[in-house]
Design a protein around this ligand. Structure first.
Ligand SMILES: O=C(O)CCC(=O)C(=O)O
Ligand SMILES: [Fe+2]
Length: 673
C-alpha cells in the first residue's frame, strides 16, 4: 500500500493522524501477521495515536511522503521518554512502547523495516541494558544474532536464567515486526541457560546448526512470545525473591545425626510418615476435605486450602489496564485476581493468553548419560525431561503458601492419618517433612513390617484442590500425558541440608512421574550406582539442576535403570512429586477424582510453537568425551517413552509450520479492528 500525501478518510475523519492510523491498520491487515500479533499491533497504534496524542498538535504528517519519519520529525507524541522512565517498574510494556518511540527513529509512515516494538527498550527501560543503540536497525534480518548468545546464556546462570538470556538477545536485536524478515526471536538459548550449571555440560554445539534458522519469518507470533517472555522474566526475578523471602514456617534441626547403615531404612521412616505407633504422629479423624475451611485457614491468611475453586487460575482473568499489552504483561507477569474485569475493547481472549504462556514452556528432552548396564552402553537418562515456565512466579508463590498452609494443618494434627510426617530430630540431614496425598507410600520396608510400596490400608488425605489444578495444568500443557494423569502426590519440604537418599520409585506408580521444584534450585543425582558418602552427601555419576518452577519428568531408563537422590540442599526447598498409582495398588478407600478424568491437552495454535528440544550431552561416566558407535546406538534408543510428544505437537526450531494444521479454530482471535 502506497501512502503519499493526505489520504481521504472514508469514514470522514479529518484528523491526519487518524487517517494515518487507518492506513497503518490497513497495512497491518495486509500483512501476514498471526492472530496474536495483529490485535496487539493495532491496539498499540490505537493507543499511540488516540490515547497518547490527545491535545498535542499534530505533526505535519498530512504532507508526509512515504518515508517521512514522523517520530524523529516531531517531539510531540513520541517524546515520551520521561513517562517511559517513570513507568519503569510499573508497566514494563508501556515503557517498551513509549521507549521505543522516544528513542528510536521509528518510521511508521514508510513502513519500511522499522522496529516499532523494540524489545531493547523494554530492557533498557528496566535498567537492564545500556546497549540500545541499534534502534531502527533490523539486525535480526539475515543474522543469527539472537542465537549467538551461548556465552550470555552461561553468564546468566544463577540469576533469572531466561531474563538474563533474553536481555542478551534483546540487547542485540531490534525486532522488525513489519518486515518480519529473518528474525530469530525464539532463542533456544533459553533452554540452554538453565543447563549452565550441570557439571561438565558441554555446550550443545549440535544446536548451533539451528542458530541461523529463521523461525520468525514463518512464525510471526514469536515476537509476541519473546515480548511476553521478557516481561515475565523481568518480573519473575523480583517475584522470586519475594517467594524466597516468604517462608512462614521454619524447622529447627536440633538433634544430632545418628549414623545408619542403611539409608533406605531412614528413607522409609521419613517417607512413610512416622511409624503408625509413633506418639509424635497425631492422628486426627478430621479429614482435609471435611474440615471447615474457615477453621483450617485460621492461622494462614494467604490461602484457602479447601476452597472448592482454587484461585490458581491466572489464565482466565484479566486486568483492567489501559491497553492490550499491559493486559498481556499483567497476566503473564503477575497473574491477576478473579474479580478483575476484562477491559472494554480488549482483543485478547484468555485462550490467547494461555497460548502465549504455553508457547513459553521450555521443554528439554533427551538428556544423555551413558553407563554400562549389563555390559551394554545405555543412556540411563532416557525418558528424563525438564519443563520450565509451567508455573509462573505468582503461581509458584501461591503453591508455596498453600504448602505452608497444609504443613500448618499437619503440625496441628488436622491432616488425616499418615498424610503428614516430620523427620525425627536425630534425622537431621537424613530426611525432610513430607505430606502424602492420595496414598501412603513406603520407599522401603518399615518397622511395622509393611513392605516397600503403597500401603493400601493406610489413611491419607485426598489430593487437595490446588494440586489438582496443577495436575490439570500439566496435562493440558502437555507436560504430562493424558494416559498417566497423577492421582497421588508427595510434598517434600527440605530445610537447608535436608536430603533424600538414593532410591527408585517403585512400579506401584506408573511412568512417567514428575516433580515440581519450588523455592530454591538444587541438584538431583542420577546413576545406576549412587553412593552414600555420609548423611546428606551422595555421589552419583550425573547431576541435573532442577530450576525453581520446573517440572522434571521421569520415565523409562531414568526411572527404571537409574536411581535418583537429592543431596543436602543448599537452601530451603519444596518439591511436589506427582504420581499415578497402578490400579492394582490403589488404596482400599481410593475413589477416582471426577475432576481429573477426561483431561485433554490444549490445542496449540500453529503460531505458538514451543522451543525446540534440547540435547544435553552430559559427560560420559566411563568413556571419555566421544561417543563410541555402541554408545551412539545407545543414545539412539531414546524416544520409547510414552511421554514423548509427537513431532506435530512440538516441531523443532526452524520448522515453523506443523505438519498438520491446528485441529480446530477454538483459539482464533477476535477480528482485528
Ligand atoms: O524432591 C525431589 O525433587 C525428589 C523427590 C523424590 O525423589 C521422591 O519423592 O521420590
Ligand atoms: Fe523419587
Amino acid at each position: 500500500m502506497e501512502f503519499s500525501g493526505h489520504m481521504p478518510d472514508p469514514a470522514g475523519v479529518d484528523d491526519p493522524l487518524l487517517v494515518l492510523l487507518e492506513a497503518l491498520k490497513l497495512k497491518l491487515l495486509s500483512q501476514d501477521f498471526c492472530q496474536h500479533c495483529r490485535p496487539l499491533l493495532v491496539n498499540c497504534l490505537d493507543n499511540l495515536f488516540k490515547g497518547k496524542y490527545d491535545g498535542i498538535p499534530l505533526p505535519s504528517c498530512n504532507n508526509s511522503e512515504s518515508g517521512t519519519d514522523i517520530c524523529s520529525g516531531t517531539s510531540s507524541s513520541f517524546s515520551l521518554s520521561e513517562k517511559t522512565l517513570e513507568s519503569v517498574g510499573k508497566s514494563v510494556d508501556v515503557s517498551l512502547r513509549n521507549g521505543n518511540c522516544s528513542e528510536s527513529s521509528v518510521d511508521i509512515c514508510s513502513m519500511n523495516s522499522s522496529s516499532l516494538y523494540s524489545l531493547d527498550n523494554n530492557l533498557a527501560s528496566a535498567g537492564e541494558i545500556e546497549n540500545n543503540s541499534e534502534n531502527g536497525t533490523d539486525i535480526c534480518s539475515g543474522t543469527s544474532s539472537s542465537f549467538s548468545s551461548s556465552e550470555k546464556t552461561l553468564e546468566s546462570v544463577g540469576k533469572s536464567v531466561d531474563a538474563s538470556l533474553l536481555n542478551g538477545n534483546c540487547s542485540e536485536s531490534s525486532v522488525d515486526i513489519y518486515s518480519m524478515n529473518s528474525s530469530s526471536l525464539y532463542s533456544q538459548d533459553n533452554n540452554l541457560a538453565s543447563a549452565g550449571e550441570i557439571d561438565g555440560v558441554s555446550l550443545p554445539t549440535s544446536n548451533s546448526s539451528q542458530s541461523s534458522e529463521d523461525i520468525c519469518s514463518e512464525n510471526p507470533s514469536c515476537s509476541l512470545e519473546e515480548l511476553a517472555k521478557s516481561l515475565e522474566s523481568i518480573s519473575s526475578v523480583n517475584l522470586q525473591e519475594q517467594v524466597t523471602d516468604s517462608s512462614h514456617v521454619s524447622f529447627n534441626h536440633l538433634g544430632s545425626e545418628v549414623p545408619l547403615d542403611d539409608e533406605l531404612e531412614v528413607l522409609a521412616v521419613v517417607d512413610n510418615g512416622v511409624l503408625s505407633d509413633d506418639p509424635v504422629m497425631k492422628k486426627d479423624s478430621e479429614s482435609l476435605s471435611s474440615v471447615d475451611p474457615q477453621e483450617k485457614v485460621a492461622d494462614s491468611s494467604h490461602v484457602s486450602v479447601n476452597s472448592p475453586e482454587p484461585s490458581f487460575d491466572h489464565l482466565r482473568s484479566e486486568v483492567a489496564l489501559d491497553d492490550e499489552l499491559n493486559e498481556v504483561s499483567a497476566v503473564v507477569e503477575k497473574g491477576v485476581s478473579d474479580d478483575t474485569v476484562m477491559p472494554k475493547g480488549s482483543s485478547l481472549f484468555p485462550e490467547q493468553i494461555e497460548q502465549i504462556r504455553l508457547s513459553q514452556v521450555g521443554r528439554k528432552k533427551e538428556f544423555i548419560h551413558i553407563e554400562r548396564i549389563h555390559g551394554k552402553a545405555t543412556n540411563i537418562l532416557q525418558g528424563l525431561e525438564l519443563h520450565t515456565q509451567v508455573f509462573n512466579a505468582v503461581e509458584q508463590k501461591e503453591i508455596v503458601d498453600y504448602v505452608y498452609s497444609l504443613q500448618h494443618m499437619g503440625q496441628k494434627g488436622q491432616l488425616k492419618g499418615r498424610t503428614y510426617s516430620e523427620p525425627k530430630k536425630w534425622m537431621h540431614r537424613k530426611g525432610r517433612v513430607t505430606m502424602q496425598f492420595g496414598c501412603c507410600y513406603n520407599y522401603a520396608a518399615d518397622r511395622n513390617g509393611n513392605p516397600p510400596g503403597i500401603i493400601r490400608g493406610a489413611e491419607v488425605d485426598a489430593l487437595p484442590p490446588l494440586f489438582k489444578t496443577m495436575i490439570k495444568r500439566m496435562v493440558q500443557w502437555r507436560v504430562l500425558p493424558t494416559t498417566c494423569v497423577p492421582n497421588s502426590c508427595v510434598v517434600n519440604i527440605y530445610e537447608e541440608g535436608d536430603s533424600i537418599p538414593p532410591h527408585m520409585d517403585l512400579h506401584n506408580f506408573l511412568r512417567p512421574f514428575c516433580t515440581v521444584s519450588l523455592l530454591s534450585e538444587c541438584n538431583m543425582l542420577f546413576g545406576s550406582h549412587l553412593k552414600v558418602v555420609h548423611a546428606g552427601k551422595f555421589a552419583g555419576s550425573v547431576s541435573i539442576p532442577l530450576p525453581v518452577g520446573s517440572v522434571l519428568i521421569v520415565s523409562s531408563h531414568s526411572a527404571d535403570l537409574a536411581k535418583h537422590c537429592i543431596p543436602g540442599v543448599p537452601a530451603k526447598r519444596i518439591s511436589i512429586t506427582f504420581r499415578r498409582m497402578d490400579d492394582s495398588k490403589l488404596p482400599f478407600t481410593f475413589l477416582p477424582d471426577p475432576e481429573l478424568q477426561g483431561l485433554k491437552p490444549l490445542i496449540i495454535a500453529s503460531s505458538a510453537m514451543s522451543p525446540v528440544q534440547q540435547v544435553w550431552h552430559l559427560p560420559l561416566a566411563h568413556c571419555g568425551s566421544q561417543l563410541s558407535s555402541e554408545e551412539s546406538e545407545a543414545v539412539g534408543e531414546t524416544n520409547t517413552s510414552p511421554f514423548n510428544l509427537g513431532e506435530d505437537d512440538f516441531p523443532p526450531l526452524g520448522s515453523s509450520k506443523p505438519k498438520n494444521k491446528p485441529r480446530n479454530n477454538e483459539n482464533q482471535s477476535k477480528p482485528l479492528i
